[in-house]
Design a protein around this ligand. Structure first.
Ligand SMILES: *[C@@H]1O[C@H](CO)[C@@H](O)[C@H](O)[C@H]1NC(C)=O
Length: 540
């Protein structure tokens, strides 16, 4: 291997430094989650939005709620993940101190004119609810209620907070909304709150358990179906490999018998079975540039999903706002060399010459796809003034990550890949002239091959499958996307342009990413298989 050029080393160092910056930052406030008696506890107002459209959220103070008199930190420093998920915390102005009960007290007054009333009525009609945070614990409350005939609208004006503490930590919060007040224009509405502190036995580590769906872990059905599909996969793999093994053994036996016959007895030029396509099997695919970029990205997505799942299992990622997304971005940036390595080496093996172009396409395929969708949705979000709109600074940050972290790391990976495994080392040489694929119509369908037991097994399809091995595995994604349509129309009550574009946009990104991942795995598997069977046979 050639020594890496000096410029590359500098680029790698810069990338590493930026990666360190990216690491989820520790917060000065609230981070310890421990309080002294009478220490300030901050109630953050997050979002408000329709109950049936969980993704459509607006700033809490986009409704004409009033702020308490206490002035404190006005805006919360958010992490990248939070910014992307539309978390927008603002201080409520409520005076809350650790282990210090507050009797019901008015904290502010809403001067209800016609305009404000209309805003509240709209929110109540659409079943708006709001979300707050106290010490990272989420709290939900309903904005108001309509009476049965839908003429009068009522606002809940009294927030009764019950906070459970264990030692010097907050472990439990309950909110009760009371004080229904009819919305009449040109009146004043008093908002009030009370805080009651209670000793609780909930352990600090377990305080998020009540937000997890307990039925998931209790339902036997889930475990049963997971176990079921697992067994199914094992069974099918066993079946297919048994059939393939038998066929292959028979073929090998016949090939070696032919070897022993002298030339006169041999049917000249009449090779049999998958051996006859040996000259074409390792022919480069039709669009090596895109193909190797897709394979590289697929490998990277696979690595990212694996790492994020493992991290989520080890650490309780759900306990901190936006940490899952931050981690995913971080891991994605950090695994860029994987992309460069697989994409770059495959491209080199396929004899591609424009490797810089391939590296750019490979590096930016997924980011461009995600950012493009996000950009499009952002337009709609800005139009609706939703809190999901991604702030400009965050967009710049994401672009910087792409150019200064992902690209250099990809370069490292690509160069490593080209140097370490860029040489074509196929077990048999490639014919100059592509030959027609024999009887391909029979073998287009993998199911047919398995059934026929393979007179002309996998090898011949593999020509068809240089892309096909990728696409057939990737088709899973299409089913997933189809299911998402079904889910949208029959299982949810989502509505509105914003919600629809949000849902379908991100589902499309998800499905495509899944498709690329499955496709890459499928390709890797088939190519390993084909390489194996051709290594074991002597080609003359
Ligand atoms: C909150 O409500 C739950 C369920 O009603 C109850 O078990 C828990 O003790 C309450 N916590 C506090 C702090 O009041």
């Amino acid at each position: 291997m050639r020594p890496l050029p000096g410029a590359l080393g500098v680029a790698a160092a810069a990338a590493l430094w930026l990666l360190l910056l990216l690491l989820p930052r520790t917060r000065a406030d609230e981070h310890e989650h421990t309080y002294q008696d009478k220490e300030e506890v901050v109630l953050w107002m997050n979002t408000v939005g329709p109950y049936h459209n969980r993704q459509e959220t607006y700033k809490y103070f986009s409704l004409p709620f009033c702020v308490g008199s206490k002035k404190s930190i006005s805006h919360y420093h958010e992490t990248l993940g939070e910014a992307l998920q539309g978390v927008e915390l603002e201080f409520s102005g409520l005076d809350i101190k650790f282990k210090d009960d507050v009797m019901p007290a008015t904290y502010c007054e809403i001067d209800l004119d016609k305009e404000k009333r209309d805003a509240f009525v709209y929110a109540i009609k659409n079943h708006y609810w709001y979300q707050m945070y106290i010490d990272d614990l989420p709290i939900w409350g309903i904005v108001g209620e309509a009476d049965e005939n839908g003429e009068d609208y009522y606002l809940w004006t009294y927030k009764k907070l019950e906070i459970g503490f264990n030692g010097n930590r907050i472990v439990d919060v309950n909110l009760t909304s009371e004080g229904k007040v009819k919305l009449v224009p040109n009146t004043k509405i008093q908002m009030s709150y009370s805080v009651k502190w209670k000793k609780s036995d909930v352990k600090f580590e377990d305080r998020f358990d009540k937000y997890l769906d307990p039925s998931f872990f209790q339902h036997r059905i889930h475990w049963f179906s997971i176990f079921n599909s697992f067994m199914m996969v094992i069974f099918l793999v066993g079946l297919v490999s048994m059939i393939l093994m038998r066929t292959l053994r028979k073929d090998y036996a016949r090939y070696s018998k032919e070897e022993e016959m002298d030339d006169m007895d041999r049917d000249l030029g009449d090779e049999y079975g998958w051996k006859q396509v040996h000259g074409d099997v390792f022919r480069p695919s039709s669009h090596p540039l895109i193909f190797s970029s897709l394979i590289g990205s697929g490998c990277q997505i696979f690595a990212v999903s694996l790492i994020v799942i493992i991290v989520a299992m080890i650490e309780d990622l759900y306990t901190e706002r936006g940490s899952m997304l931050s981690t995913a971005i971080f891991v994605y940036a950090a695994t860029s060399p994987v992309n460069g390595y697989f994409g770059g080496s495959l491209y080199a093996r396929q004899g591609g010459r424009r490797w810089i172009k391939q590296m750019f396409i490979g590096a930016f395929l997924i980011p461009a796809m995600v950012c493009g969708t996000a950009f499009f949705i952002n337009f709609i979000a800005i139009y609706y003034h939703a809190s999901r709109a991604i702030p400009f600074g965050t967009m710049v940050a994401v672009c910087c990550i792409c150019f200064f972290v992902i690209l250099p790391l990809n370069l490292v990976g690509t160069i490593l890949g080209r140097n370490l495994s860029g040489q074509p080392n196929f077990p048999c040489r490639v014919n100059a002239v592509p030959r027609p694929i024999p009887e391909k119509k029979w073998f287009m369908e993998p199911a047919v091959i398995v059934c026929l037991g393979g007179i002309l097994p996998f090898g011949s399809i593999f020509i068809e499958m240089q892309w096909t091995s990728f696409l057939s595995a990737a088709s899973t994604a299409i089913y997933v996307y189809m299911y998402s349509f079904y889910y949208y129309f029959f299982k949810t009550k989502m509505y509105g342009l914003f919600q629809t574009s949000f849902y379908f946009g991100y589902m499309a990104v998800f499905s495509t990413a899944l498709g690329i991942m499955c496709g890459a795995i499928g390709y890797m598997g088939t190519s390993a298989f084909v390489r194996k069977i051709y290594t074991n046979v002597k080609i003359d």
